[in-house]
Design a protein around this ligand. Structure first.
Ligand code: ADP
Length: 572
């Protein structure tokens, strides 16, 4: 399993991972600079362009550059405004005041344009810089556009005003048409820039709001996860830990090999629920979760000796939008106290039952002997009642011992299930008849399977005994056995069904049926003898054979218990 060394220090994603990449690397974007720097940076493109214009004019027509004072005035003005942009502490003034720079830019552009336009084409485009700047500023959009228009018009039309420039009337007439559209074009461009700026600003605000929201959700989630007593581990699709909360870090520490303070997940000492059998590498909870498996309440032990703890582990897979496996969430709940309590209870029940059984067997034996004597009828009746109750007590004690015993061990041999079932049916016939029930069977001549004859016999007896106990007089019971050929990769299966026309049960009752000591309300009220252990034992025996038990039932109609086991026996 590819594990990342980060596993020891994993915590929540820090807010920097939520920022755009260049920001995460420490670079700031334009909006984060100081106002003075932003004003200076906004002015610089014009300064550079003006410098290029001056150089171009000097190269192309040095005469114009040297003779006309307009070049020096215009470029000097732009340089002065650039200096002003860089030195004025704009942040101490009302923000809109920095408009003074683009507005004065128009004044500086006017002489520069006037002198250079006969040498270079398109010089009126210099006005685009202040126009865009005003439009981008985000203040008073209509006023910004109007000032941009007026500024451009003033800068490009002024030489045509009578007496303002050293040009003849002919020149004015011949050239007036050339710049006439410039302010209008700049107005359109400025409007486009203004709309773009406003929509970008709106998007920026929305983005910031959602960033803030996600940060606060992140903080909330962190608080919840860190306060939880349950260990939480989130691993991404590549096996890297994304999150490990405080509780899980403590659990992780318990699992480290003795003498170690640090280690990766695959080094932790993990055992099956018995606390002794090491879990195989690809069966470890996280390894399985990384294979995309989902499970609930898997009991494992972590650590050794006195510090060993029992954990109930659950895993849920995560998928991306394309349905691809994207990681897993594994939750570890410490159930050591619960496991201790269950073990103590089981030990207590087993010991008490064992202590009861010896004297009880002796009582029953002596009662049997006493009944063989020639007795007074009243005394015989007393002894019969004592004998019946002693036997009930023995059945209870035996069930308790069976439930406490390790039911997972079966000793298999080739068994004729047909014969075994026939034998159980014959033993139950008298009881069925006495209860006013008809008992029918549908069995093949022979059905050989690898099974534990004692435990399968007990399964049959339990199901038949229940069907008889929980079916009112006049009802019927049918037991059938058949082979299900090639049901799965394990090959053929045997299917045994016990069907009755008894009390039946609701779906809720059916769900609890295999829990130790569970009995339905109806049965408890009717005081029908029983312990509520039979089906739990039956289920554990069937599972030990690699099989399954299913129940179909309808309240007031009847029930069918179906047992299926692989004919080849349980997997080794
Ligand atoms: P017990 O029979 O000793 O009570 P079981 O574990 O065998 O214990 O059964 C548990 C409960 O399931 C019973 O008490 C009864 O309420 C219900 N049950 C079992 N088998 C049947 C059946 N065939 N029909 C109706 N209810 C049943």
């Amino acid at each position: 399993m590819p594990r990342n060394e980060r596993s020891q220090t994993v915590s929540f994603a820090t807010p920097t991972t939520l920022l755009p990449p260049q920001e995460a690397r420490g670079r700031r974007h334009f909006g984060q600079f100081s106002l003075r720097r932003r004003v200076l940076l906004s002015q610089l493109p014009l300064t550079i362009s003006a410098a290029l214009v001056v150089i171009a004019v000097m190269v192309i027509d040095p005469g114009v550059a040297l003779e006309s004072p307009y070049i020096a005035i215009g470029f000097g003005g732009i340089l002065f405004l650039t200096l002003l942009a860089g030195v004025v502490p704009w942040h101490r003034l009302p923000p809109v005041l920095y408009w003074i720079i683009p507005l004065l830019d128009f004044v500086a552009i006017a002489p520069l344009w006037t002198a250079s336009r006969y040498v270079l084409d398109g010089m009126s485009l210099l006005t685009a810089f202040p126009v865009f700047w005003l439009a981008w500023s985000g203040f008073y959009p209509v006023l910004a556009l109007s000032l941009g228009f007026i500024g451009t018009a003033a800068a490009t039309w002024w030489p045509y005003l009578p007496g303002t420039a050293p040009y003849t009337d002919e020149l004015i007439e011949s050239n007036l048409t050339r710049p006439v559209m410039v302010p209008f074009m700049m107005l359109s461009l400025g409007a486009a820039a203004s709309i773009l700026t406003r929509s970008m600003e709106k998007q920026r605000l929305e983005l910031r709001a959602s960033l803030e929201k996600s940060k606060s959700q992140n903080r909330l989630l962190q608080a919840v996860v860190e306060t939880s007593d349950v260990g939480i581990l989130v691993v991404d699709g590549q096996g890297h830990d994304v999150l490990m909360n405080q509780a899980q870090r403590r659990t992780h520490f318990i699992g480290l090999p003795p003498g170690r303070n640090d280690g990766a997940e695959h080094e932790l000492l993990l055992f099956e629920a018995d606390g002794l059998t090491p879990i195989l590498p690809n069966e470890r909870p996280v390894a399985q979760a990384l294979q995309g498996r989902e499970y609930r309440g898997r009991i494992i032990a972590i650590g050794t000796d006195g510090s060993q703890q029992h954990l109930s582990v659950s895993a849920s897979a995560m998928y991306d939008d394309d349905g691809e496996f994207d990681g897993t969430v594994v939750v570890f709940q410490n159930v050591t106290d619960l496991m201790d309590a269950i073990q103590t209870r089981e030990r207590f029940v087993a010991e008490v039952s064992h202590e009861f059984r010896t004297p009880l067997t002796s009582i029953i034996g002596y009662l049997d002997l006493a009944m063989e004597e020639d007795l007074d009828p009243t005394l015989r009746q007393f002894l019969t009642t004592s004998q019946r109750n002693a036997e009930r007590l023995l059945t209870l004690v035996t069930s308790l011992l069976d439930a406490a015993a390790d039911s997972s061990k079966v000793t298999v041999q080739t068994v004729d299930l047909s014969r075994l079932t026939r034998y159980s049916v014959e033993s139950a016939e008298v009881r069925a008849r006495n209860s006013g029930l008809t008992l029918a069977s549908d069995l093949p001549d022979q059905l050989l399977a690898k099974a534990d004859p004692v435990k399968m016999g007990q399964v049959l007896d339990n199901l038949l005994s229940n069907a008889i106990k929980y079916t009112p007089a006049g009802g019927s019971i049918t037991i059938s056995l058949r082979c299900l050929p090639g049901m799965d990769e394990k090959g053929d299966w045997a299917e045994l069904a016990v069907e009755d026309t008894g009390f039946g049960m609701t779906d809720q009752e059916r769900a609890k049926l295999f829990t130790n000591f569970y009995r339905t309300e109806h049965v408890r009220k009717a005081a029908i003898p029983g312990t509520g252990l039979g089906l739990a034992i039956t289920q554990s025996y069937v599972r030990a054979h690699g099989g399954e038990i299913l129940v179909n039932s309808e309240k007031g109609v009847g029930s069918t218990f179906t047992v299926r086991i692989p004919i080849a026996g349980p997997a080794s």
